[in-house]
Design a protein around this ligand. Structure first.
Ligand SMILES: NC(=O)c1ccc[n+]([C@@H]2O[C@H](COP(=O)([O-])OP(=O)(O)OC[C@H]3O[C@@H](n4cnc5c(N)ncnc54)[C@H](O)[C@@H]3O)[C@@H](O)[C@H]2O)c1
Length: 436
């Protein structure tokens, strides 16, 4: 180990007595905090939301991937505590920042939560504390934004405190890969920072991948999510093209994926959703523009992907037309409003835009989603409708937006009059099933 890292800190990390903190207890922060707590580190979660903190203190999880029993057990054993008070930072050896990184109305990065967390850290920073940013953000954030704030009080990075960036790759709803089994890219502002951060994550994550700088680590995350956005954009455009040409895009992808090298299947859909894929590439394009570079792929794929909800509505209108039914006055049942299968998260979900467009056109829209019991949008306040024979038969068109695994699709197929299957979950070529 490097001479800059004090032996006591290394020892505390190795013998799991280091006190760990996580700022921001959402989809990313809570599973991470639980992972450290489970491995024996005394762990504190800090969140500004008193409702979330109260819930955790009462042993209740609000993140589907974190089991109820686990939180209750860790709280009972006092291995995990939650607070709204930043003063807890004073007692911590290592702190991970997992706060949101949304966009402003102007579609530019909004890093105000990172700044707020860093201000709090700067107030409580002490010698040999380790700080790691996990929020997805543009390359340069750790060194240009956080580092100057932490150094203000005269402590020196790499000697008095340690700072780095490690992108979060968690995939909510994915039962195969969890926090500890997803390889983790780690970086530090200095080599000593990287070494201590690598050691820390190495205790709880099966494989740690060190890179040379925080900028590289920040860019890794943006490459991964831009890769998805661009490929989804490509396949969405291909779907539009195939529809125009009378070719079945699903069959094309299915056959193409038999190629054992050089091809990776992506699938068309109703549009992007969630906190990552629609947003992260715009963090990168904003920063590229600051450097005078005009990124073309990102803008193009964002445009194509953003046009999909409107395209779905056009396809609904055509489907209704074939029944001699206008959109105005039609009854539409949207199946699935979460942004992806088997999660309850509706942030940026294409279903929201689809519902709003349909409503504006005069349709009466109801929805069913086993993960989302209530949905409140502007001018739309409904509960998830039970998926019954009568409710299915009543709708002029059932629009499958999210392909949750637990939905009774044979029931849908039997009783719906017309189905627009945007995910090809039914895998059926029937007259009443329309696909993208
Ligand atoms: N959700 C994902 O699948 C995912 C995957 C990889 C990376 N990320 C990235 O991780 C970061 C966090 O995302 P998330 O989905 O966990 O967000 P989230 O909204 O689920 O949780 C964020 C939490 O931070 C809290 N918070 C906000 N500002 C705070 C502050 N100043 N101090 C303390 N707490 C504060 C909020 O109350 C909330 O509980 C984002 O940068 C996101 O892009 C998310």
């Amino acid at each position: 180990m490097g001479e800059n890292v004090p032996a006591l800190l290394l020892k505390k990390i190795r013998n799991r007595s280091a006190r760990v903190g996580v700022i921001g207890l959402g989809y990313v922060g809570l599973p991470l905090a639980v992972e450290f707590a489970k491995r024996g580190y005394p762990t504190v979660g800090i969140d500004l939301d008193p409702v979330r903190v109260r819930s955790l203190r009462g042993g209740r999880s609000y993140i589907p991937d974190v089991p109820q029993g686990e939180i209750a057990r860790l709280i009972r054993q006092k291995r995990f505590t939650a607070t709204t008070d930043y003063a807890a930072l004073r007692r911590l050896d290592a702190v991970m920042i997992c706060v949101p990184t949304p966009l402003r109305k102007t579609r530019e990065p909004d890093i105000s939560c990172i700044v707020a967390a860093s201000e709090a850290l700067a107030r409580h920073l002490h010698r040999y504390q380790v700080i790691i940013l996990e929020s997805t953000t543009y390359p340069g954030t750790t060194e240009e934004v956080i580092l100057p704030m932490l150094q203000k009080r005269g402590l020196k990075v790499g000697a008095d405190f340690f700072l780095g960036f490690s992108p979060e790759r968690i995939d909510p709803g994915n039962p195969e890969y969890k926090t500890s089994s997803i390889p983790k890219v780690v970086s530090g502002v200095t080599p000593a920072c990287r070494r201590v951060i690598q050691l820390l994550y190495g205790q709880v994550i099966q494989r740690v991948v060190p890179v040379s700088s925080t900028r590289v680590a920040e860019m890794v995350k943006l490459l991964e999510n831009t890769f998805r956005s661009v490929n989804i954009g490509l396949v969405n455009e291909l779907a539009l093209m195939c529809h125009r040409m009378g070719v079945d895009v699903w069959e094309v992808i299915d056959a193409a994926k038999s190629k054992p090298f050089g091809f990776m299947p992506f699938y068309p859909g109703p549009g992007l959703g969630g906190h990552c894929i629609p947003i992260d590439p715009l963090y990168l394009s904003w920063k590229a523009k600051v450097h005078g570079f005009e990124p073309r792929f990102i803008e193009l794929s964002s445009q194509v992907n953003a046009s999909m909800p409107e395209y779905v509505v056009q396809r609904v209108i055509h489907a209704l037309n074939a029944q001699g039914q206008a959109l105005k006055g039609s009854r539409i049942l949207v199946l699935g409003v979460a942004y992806k299968r088997d999660v309850s998260d509706v942030r940026e979900s294409p279903a929201l835009e689809i519902i709003q467009h349909l409503q504006k056109g005069g349709a009466l829209v109801r929805y069913h989603d086993p993960f989302v019991p209530r949905l409140h949008l502007d001018g739309y306040r409904h509960r998830s409708l039970p998926l019954t024979r009568a409710n299915l038969a009543k709708a002029h068109c059932v629009v499958i937006v999210t392909d949750h695994r637990s939905v009774d699709y044979p029931l849908v197929l039997r009783h719906a009059r017309q189905i627009l299957d945007t995910r090809n979950v039914l895998q059926k070529r029937l007259r009443k099933v329309i696909r993208l």
